[in-house]
Design a protein. Structure first.
Ligand code: ARG
Length: 580
């Protein structure tokens, strides 16, 4: 291998393409690369090369072509065996050399294993969570929050410069109503004690009262106009509502370990509207409709987008246009990602189309990453019927349930440790569950599934991590130190060791794929695969054996698996407890 042991992991497919290229003149190396497959059944090898497509170029039957290639490359030391089976070249990698390369590289890279510099520090904006002020932060919000946080992490790993934004819904006519309700029927202490519940109550109260006394609507409109003009009294109340709501949201973000670079929400853009209304006007995109202004999008199969109401107030989409331009001007993003429910697909289609019509050549660097609905086992949620499940209550509930399970399993555990593990595992269980399915799918939240320690769950992966830590503790520091120095890979060619090595090898590619598809569940699934393969290795092989060399090699394997699981959990924004 060029450079000896240092062959870095992603190059195996390259190397194989290099070997095959001279055998198939007329095909570029890059095309060959793309044709190389990973067989679903490991009996067909680690890699396979189908020759069907070559029949035309080489004017030979595919099995004959496969035979020729197999014979020509079989002697390369990267292979243990190369077989022709029908039209396929099946390649079995030299397990010993492979294990040596992969395991030593994982150990050497440690916390950097899985990271790359593909991003070359280019700025990527990831907007996620973005709840509405004075509205419940409920279980439905977990999706944008957790999927977005993980996508941001994935882009960190890929070497981009990530800017995390919470585009708070902190603006709109409803704030006029809330201020009016607060002035008529409100009380300061209630807002301080329970901001969201209280403010939501004001909103409901306003609507009840406005039915009886329609003049309240006018009062609310006038109040909102004052807010728009920056009148100090209205602004102060609004600012206070925002601060109190944010305090409540922040409790949840702290539990989830989520941070932001910016909380520039809708209100941030309120004074930047005129520029865009004018720009749309100047570019001849705007039409007047009964005093209101809109952009027609019929040519693109979309309904018209209302930009400005007849009373002059702007809309959600107007603020999103301003936000996109602001982000480009401020961060010069390479990509601008919005993790927002699929219910808003139309909004984002209209918005991108408008940006494009305005002539912004970066419009297609803006990406809406949609996701499906979450519902509860006993029926969907409904804010209207008051069946709101607060996200904070779900997270606390998960911690409580986990605490009970741990206490049951370990009645004498140290209470401080129980608390720490209950938090890491309980919250992690909810997060992992969230990231387990393709994001676009609707799913049903089920406690039994979330907290199962045996299934393909967060607790299962964290438990596997804790097991790897415990094996290393039992091995002792001296053996661990030796394993870091080097090991003899001849002990790592058993079937289960090889299966685990192959998964570790693919880990960086999996992160790249997850980034390209904005799909953290690809990492989640791979992590489950690694945990299962590790547990099989642990089950099939004795690790802490008498033979020192064998022990050191197997401990190296455990260290590599541990590293991959830790980094994988980090990508999912989960903690990796060392004891459980
Ligand atoms: N606040 C909105 C909501 O809760 C989501 C905001 C999405 N982001 C955006 N840039 N429009 O529905």
């Amino acid at each position: 291998m060029p450079g000896g042991k240092k062959e870095t992991m992603l190059q195996y497919v390259d190397k194989i393409a290099d070997l095959i290229a001279p055998q198939v003149e007329g095909l570029e190396k890059d095309e060959i690369r793309k044709m190389i497959e990973i067989p679903a059944d490991s009996k067909m090898g680690d890699y396979a090369f189908p020759c069907f497509k070559l029949a035309k170029i080489l004017r030979k039957a595919p099995p004959l072509i496969a035979k020729g290639i197999a014979e020509a490359i079989a002697d390369d030391p990267i292979f243990e065996k190369v077989e022709q089976v029908n039209a396929y070249v099946n390649m079995f990698i030299n397990k010993e050399a492979f294990a040596g390369d992969v395991i030593s590289e994982v150990i050497e890279k440690g916390d950097d294993f899985g990271k790359s510099d593909i991003g070359a520090d280019r700025p990527v904006v990831v907007e996620y969570s973005s709840p509405n002020i004075a509205k419940p932060f409920h279980i439905g919000h977990i999706r944008s929050t957790v999927i977005g946080a993980s996508i941001a992490k994935i882009y960190d790993y890929l070497g981009f410069k990530v800017i995390r934004i919470n585009h708070l819904g902190d603006y709109g006519t409803q704030f006029g109503k809330m201020i009016v309700a607060y002035r008529h029927w409100g009380n300061k202490q209630d807002v301080i004690d329970e901001p969201i519940k209280t403010l939501l109550g004001y909103y409901t109260k306003f609507h009840e009262e406005a039915e009886k006394d329609p003049s309240l609507e006018d009062e609310a409109r006038a109040t909102f106009t004052k807010l728009e003009h920056g009148e100090p009294e209205e602004t102060e109340i609004w600012q206070w509502f925002r601060d109190e709501s944010l305090k409540e949201f922040s409790r949840v973000y702290d539990m989830l370990g989520i941070t932001y670079d910016s909380y520039a929400g809708e209100s941030f853009y309120s004074d930047k509207m005129p520029r865009f209304v004018k720009e749309l006007e100047d570019k001849g995109l705007m039409e007047e409709d009964d005093g209101a202004r809109l952009v027609r999008l019929d040519d693109y199969g979309l309904t018209p987008a209302l930009i400005q109401k007849s009373d002059g107030s702007t809309l959600y989409i107007t603020r999103d246009i301003a936000a996109a331009v602001y982000r480009k001007e401020t961060y010069d993003f390479y990509k601008n990602i919005y993790v927002v429910a699929s219910q808003q697909n139309l909004h984002f289609q209209q918005w991108i189309q408008i940006l494009e019509l305005m002539g912004y050549e970066w419009a297609r660097d803006c990406v809406h990453v949609p996701f499906g609905l979450v519902s509860l086992e006993d029926g969907t949620m409904s804010t209207r019927e008051g069946r709101v499940v607060f996200l904070e209550d779900v997270l606390n509930g998960a911690v409580d349930k986990t605490r009970e399970i741990i206490k049951e399993k370990n009645p004498d555990a140290d209470p401080e440790m129980v608390e720490e593990v209950a938090k890491a595992v309980g919250i992690g269980a909810v997060v992992f569950n969230e990231l387990s399915n393709y994001r676009i799918k609707d799913y049903v939240f089920s406690w039994d599934h979330v907290l199962n320690f045996e299934g393909e769950t967060g607790p299962y992966v964290q438990y596997t991590y804790a097991r790897s830590c415990s094996i290393l503790r039992n091995a002792g520091e001296e053996v661990v130190a030796k394993a870091k120095e080097g090991f003899d890979p001849q002990y790592l060619k058993g079937e289960s060791a090889h299966a685990l090595t192959s998964l570790l090898y693919r880990f960086p590619e999996v992160i790249l794929e997850a980034g390209e598809k904005y799909e953290p569940s690809i990492v989640t699934r791979h992590l489950v695969d690694i945990a299962q393969a590790f547990n099989k290795f642990y089950h099939d092989e004795h690790i802490l054996v008498d033979n020192e060399d064998e022990k050191v090699a197997k401990v190296a394997m455990v260290m590599a698996a541990q590293t991959a699981i830790r980094n994988g959990l980090d990508i999912l924004c989960m903690k990796a407890p060392e004891k459980m």
